[in-house]
Design a protein around this ligand. Structure first.
Ligand code: DQA
Length: 144
């Protein structure tokens, strides 16, 4: 499995702690790796601020990953390029957001990637990534 964090998630610890929990990206990734090994999943985390690179990582995930967990940050709301790249990858994908995007500004309520994702976890903070790992693992096992 690959966890793809997108734009501005590298500076998570400098963003509003009320929304994002005040943790750093490396703290987040450490927890994801711990949860991955507890769940028996081989997990790799990547982050970029380049939309093109994110698109390429969606493409090449097909070569080595069995599923993807995506938090594209603000790209979630407008990047048809990332939406299409996830469609091309044709891997089970779970969308995750630390904050509750549906309870925030109008423009954040729309996700253009939702229709190509098998599930979504939002507003659960750090814990949301563990739930996303579990959802993806269930989906890969053919469960519901
Ligand atoms: C986010 C929500 C987005 O609206 C925002 O632009 C982010 C982070 C989240 O994890 O809550 O950068 O994806």
């Amino acid at each position: 499995m690959v966890v793809l964090n997108g734009v501005n998630l590298d500076v998570l610890d400098r963003r509003d702690p009320a929304l994002y929990g005040g943790l750093s990206l490396s703290e987040l990734e450490t927890r994801i790796y711990e949860w991955g090994s507890q769940l028996g999943c081989h997990v790799r985390c990547r982050q970029t601020n380049s939309e093109g690179e994110y698109v390429e990582w969606c493409h090449d995930a097909l070569d080595w990953a069995d599923g993807v967990i995506v938090n594209p940050g603000a790209w979630t709301h407008y990047s048809y390029a990332i939406r299409d790249a996830l469609e091309v990858a044709a891997l089970p994908a779970i969308e995750v957001h630390l904050s509750d995007i549906e309870g925030r500004e109008e423009w954040r309520r729309r996700s253009v990637i939702r229709d190509v994702c098998a599930g979504v976890v939002q507003g659960r903070g750090l814990e949301g990534y563990r739930e996303a790992l579990e959802l993806l693992r269930t989906s890969l096992a053919g469960g519901r």
